[in-house]
Design a protein around this ligand. Sequence first.
Ligand code: WT7
Length: 611
Amino acid sequence: MADTSTRTDREIRHVPLLEPLVGDYEERCRTFSWEQARGLLAGLPGGGLNMAHEAVDRHATGPLRDVVALRFLDRGQLVTELTYAELRRASDAVAVGLQALGVDPGDRVCTLLQRSPELYLTVLGTLKAGAVYCPLFPAFGPEPVFERLSLGKVRVLVTDRISYERKVAQFRDRLPHLETVLLVDGAAAPADDDADAASGARPEDTGSWAAMVESATAALDRDGFRIAQTRPDQAALLHFTSGTTGKPKAAVHVHEAVVAHHVTAMYALDLRPGDVYWCTADPGWVTGTSYGIIGPLCRGVTVVTDSADFDARRWYRTLQDERVTVFYTAPTALRMLMRVGSQMAHEYTFPALRHVVSVGEPLNPEAVVWGVEAFGLPVHDTWWQTETGAIMVSNYPGMAIRPGSMGRPVPGITAAVLERGPDGRAAVVHGHVRVLTEPDAVGELALRPGWPSMFRAYLDDPDRYGACFADGWYLSGDLARFDADGYGWFVGRADDVIKSAGHLIGPFEVESALMEHPAVAEVGVIGKPDPLAGEIVKAFVTLRAGYEATPALQRELITFGRHRLGSVAPREIAFDPALPHTRSGKVMRRLLKARELGLPEGDLSTVEGQP
Ligand code: WT7
């Protein structure tokens, strides 16, 4: 690694090595340093750093000021555009409005919104106010929403009226930290008596987003605004994720994560000024913020965002008509396009498209090859996690792709696979883990801490945070292998979390919700392989005495799950009068899964009733 400690900031900024990574991977790994990467950003006086300043403000006064930063397509194809200069002013106004509400540095501001200008402005305004932005996936049902608002001690929620009435109002009394709810479609209108009683929503419980922005804009014009002078290690983002057991975990990311967002958006996504970039991930998940907002704006590109749901024709038309140059999507979406057939792709042309990238779940080799057929470009895989905050392993543009491989570690990242212990975590012997150096040895994928976008905590949960590290390594919970040339191959998860359509689902959260149904005595939830979504959520239920295992009850439980959980609800329910247990009495999901797959049931030594 180059020693940059004696260089001035100005010199660092002109190091020629930090240009898009095409072809010279080894050389770049040798010479890369995070200090150099930091030097590519502007920073704030006195060593401060603010994500929104890097993403927006520094462009708003330079040559990119009149470039379109965000281009919103709504369901009806209506377009709203904001240039970098406009985005700066509009997000300043949101910051002023939040501060006027009493939002202090460190306070959490949450969105439960469809992809819309209000969502993006809330993200940037929150960061500018020095507060912490926490996204919620709009397809979550009331229970996951309540759980996260509660665990995150969220102070301000920006949402729409229907989401508020359906998912939040009923829990408002149990959310003591939630001081302000702003509705993007105005304050809740007085509903008729019945609906009002049912939802528990009272208009005086909510405020109007538009009214806040209007008065804040007047204040901005009168008094101006100075972006919060945040420190690099100050919390900026809170992303919920799930594990095998327990409640969702809130991964804390700090402002200096922007250093990794920026440099990986350059290396792995190949983004440069002039690009038109489309990331199909919802901002309710980490990809939609790191690479739907912060990373690409840092690169000065035009970010296209579409509020409509998946539709193959619409997607091809968007790629063509918007002249998208870089496309970041997920394997499930690619499989949905593949299912329609490449014929449809050939009804469109994509002369502007230069780079197609994927994340979130294993990318089938066929999808890589199909990219060539449909777009004339192979699909490049990237691997990372909510906890890593940014891409860690990638097939770079210009690098030979091995279809089915995730690619190679990002310059600045040290990755390895570690021997696994019987509990699925890395085995620690005498305080040390064993790193597997033989090519193709399968172990737990681990990273050396020290990259800027590494999560700094699980909020209020130091024990679970500590459990992610052993002997100076961060343990990912994934199983992988590296081949003799250093390409990484995903093998599977070391734990019980479920990946459905690229979204991580914690089985415990689903089980807890189903347990609330009076017919359910016990439940175990697994991911069942699915050709399209990768996995779907399947629940095995033992009924209480007096309930009969009928198709009607099956349907009732599916509906019950959907109403409470939304997108994370089980798609299939099976009745099982005798769920397998460990000696300590826990349902053995691993065994349920083995049975579902028709696999050997493995080591059953800890299963109840076994010798
Ligand atoms: C888990 C992380 C990556 C940001 C969005 C998801 C799986 C991720 C790949 C890939 C195979 C992948 C892993 C990982 N995953 N990328 N390229 N190939 N699996 O973040 O929700 O925290 O999920 O997604 O299992 O641990 P996340």
